[in-house]
Design a protein around this ligand. Structure first.
Ligand code: M6R
Length: 615
């Protein structure tokens, strides 16, 4: 996720902004840049790579005196990571400069309008569109920078935290926020701007956190004026006294990145469907699919290749694609696929799923599929990653950086992208009725708030975790769409708590694993109301009669499982195919709390790497 930093005051801006960018490195980024005002002009230096690379470049390229500056670490969303796409971006006149964290959804239509008016674009970013829109408004409406930013933002759909600077108004920085975080540090005659308070903690403990749809003009000496972007009304600034230390702020107040990322899921899922899903109009827009629709519709079958958690998301996709789009799907471990001389034809579509986009086995499997003539579509989180580049087309998950080694938000956002694709193909094929299609779109739009609801069980889940933390073995059961969730639940527990766990289709239990059940075996059973509910209840009875401990993941208001289980954890009701997006949440939290209670290294479990770039 991008990081933004700014300074305006009486000290030299450069060391403060540079150090601030280093503090924001934890957010994950692929490039960095800085803009400094030297008293006459805005000087800019930016590069693909690390803040360290930027530092070396700044030394060669620009003067570093000046008391106002802005800096950025970029996590690519539009346009691959390279020097040109890095922020800051100038407007065409060179008078304005911007840094931006977020996604402007309607940037393409705004860009076309600006091109018609003579604007030229150097980068592929949505951000360069925004700064030129601001410039255009400023010129045409003959307004000051703050007003121009406000008018422009009212034309924008998407999410943003921005800082804009005008060389003709060197005493102010204009900032605005919707969806992405933005904090303003208040010092003595100096102000700091940042994605969180880490860059300015040693200078001031006083901060204003902008709310969504607010903007502020931060003036040297004069202070901060906050307005609502929509109706221009003034907002009284609420200045907070910061109590947190550096470590706490980096993790957003959470104890671990994993927990932070679990809690980010409502937002991350929204970011995944932002600009793609228009439930009211009944539209799903995904350029990677739109441009290749015939390939998908004429495919003999879809082969999904992935590893680990991404493979589990692929397994959920198998159920969803076959159910909705009626296209046969095979799901393969990339590591097996690449070495087993698979039969692949030009009529196959391969979907490669990877959070990092760097997994060596998946990359090799893609190359093999391509060499046999298959069309390969990537579902990645990291923009510009090797897999994103190696595939013919793709769709990003836009989950933001995932730092905890155990994948959480990557899984739910992968499922979101794959659900969108399946629904789109089903609509194109006519394998879904209009009313069912609309219902699914509406329900998908409600998922972020339902995930939020599911997260509210956290304190109860902690108590359940306390009860089972000493278990030596655990069983996870689910059926249909929730069978892969059982596998994922078991993987999460194994990797961070080192407790042995197995995921099974609930009905398979009687073919072997039932022999393991005794009073020491906790069995986590996904038993939501929709989807083989009665059958799963029978499976629960089988466990109960063998004295197994039952923890049911159930639909809100369930009574049948409640009467049988030792514990239940409720999730909100949704359509059957969307249940994995909710049932996953308590299982992630359970693993997290068990690992914490066992004092394990949650974010960096032993023997594991975040991206597995070796065989
Ligand atoms: O980056 P990828 O999605 O390709 O990574 C695949 C697996 O290595 C990854 O999902 C791994 O299983 C995680 N540690 C699971 O939490």
């Amino acid at each position: 996720m991008c990081g933004i930093v700014g300074y305006i005051g009486e000290r030299e801006a450069y060391p403060i902004v540079l150090e601030g960018l280093k503090r924001l490195e934890y957010r994950g980024y692929d490039s960095a840049g800085i803009a400094l005002y030297d008293g006459q002009d805005i000087k800019l230096s930016k590069t693909k790579g690390k803040v360290m690379d930027l530092e070396a470049r700044v030394d060669q390229e620009i003067e570093t005196n000046g008391t106002v500056g802005i800096g950025h670490t970029r996590w690519a969303t539009h346009g691959v990571p390279n020097d040109v796409n890095s922020h800051p971006h100038y407007s065409n006149s060179g008078d304005l400069v911007i840094i931006h964290n977020g996604i402007i959804e309607n940037y393409e239509s705004l860009k076309q309008e600006l091109i018609k008016r003579g604007y030229i674009f150097k980068s592929d970013t949505d951000t360069e569109v925004l700064i030129n829109l601001i410039e255009d408004v400023k010129k045409n409406e003959n307004v000051k920078l703050g007003k121009a930013v406000q008018i422009a933002l009212n034309q924008v759909i998407g999410a943003y935290a921005i800082a804009v600077f005008d060389k003709n108004k060197p005493n102010e920085i204009v900032v605005a926020k919707l969806g992405s975080p933005l904090a303003i540090g208040i010092g003595e005659n100096e102000f700091f701007i940042a994605s969180d308070a880490t860059p300015f903690l040693e200078y001031t403990k006083k901060a204003i956190y902008l709310e969504d749809e607010e903007m502020a003009i931060v003036r040297r000496k004069k202070g901060v004026k906050i307005r609502k972007i929509k109706n221009d009304s003034l907002v009284a600034p609420y200045i907070q006294e910061l109590q947190m230390n550096l470590e706490q702020i980096v993790k957003g107040g959470y104890e671990h990145f994993m927990l932070k990322e679990i809690y980010e899921q409502p937002h991350a899922i929204k970011d995944t469907y932002r600009g793609r899903l228009r439930a009211k109009q009944g539209i799903i827009k995904m350029s990677g699919i739109d441009d290749n629709i015939e390939k998908f519709l004429n495919a003999n079958r879809i082969i999904v290749i992935a590893c680990g958690t991404s493979w589990h998301a692929g397994l959920v996709a198998e159920y969803i694609f076959e159910d909705l789009a009626r296209i046969p799907v095979e799901v393969e471990y990339a590591s097996e696929f690449r070495y087993r001389n698979p039969i692949i034809t030009e009529k196959d579509v391969v979907i490669a799923i990877s959070q990092s986009g760097e997994t060596a086995d998946t990359l090799a499997a893609i190359k093999l599929a391509k060499s046999k003539g298959a069309f390969v579509f990537g579902v990645c989180n990291v923009v510009g990653s090797s897999i994103a580049r190696e595939t013919h087309a793709g769709a990003y998950t836009h989950a933001g950086p995932e730092i905890g080694v155990a994948s959480t938000k990557a899984f739910t956002t992968q499922i979101t992208v794959l659900t969108l694709i399946a629904l789109k193909l089903a609509k194109e094929k006519g394998s879904i009725s209009n009313s069912k299609f609309h219902l699914h779109l509406q329900e998908l739009e409600l998922i972020p708030s339902k995930v939020e609801q599911a997260l509210k069980s956290d304190p109860h889940i902690k108590i359940v975790a306390e009860t089972y933390k000493e278990a030596k073995n655990c069983l996870y059961l689910g059926r249909g769409f929730n069978f892969p969730v059982a596998l994922e639940g078991a993987l999460k527990l194994k990797e961070i708590s080192y407790i042995h766990a197995e995921g099974y289709p609930a009905a398979e239990m009687k073919h072997g694993p039932i022999a393991l059940i005794d009073e020491h075996m906790p069995v986590f059973v996904i038993a939501t109301k929709k989807g083989h509910y009665e059958k799963v209840v029978s499976n629960i009875q089988e466990i109960k009669s063998r004295k197994g401990k039952i923890i049911g993941i159930v639909t809100e208001g369930d009574t049948d499982v409640k009467n049988l289980a030792d514990h239940i954890i409720e999730v909100p009701e949704t359509l059957e195919i969307l249940t994995p997006l909710l049932t996953t949440i308590p299982l992630q939290l359970l693993s997290y709390h068990i690992a914490v209670l066992l004092d394990k290294n949650v974010d960096q479990p032993r023997n594991l790497a975040k991206s597995v770039t070796v065989e």
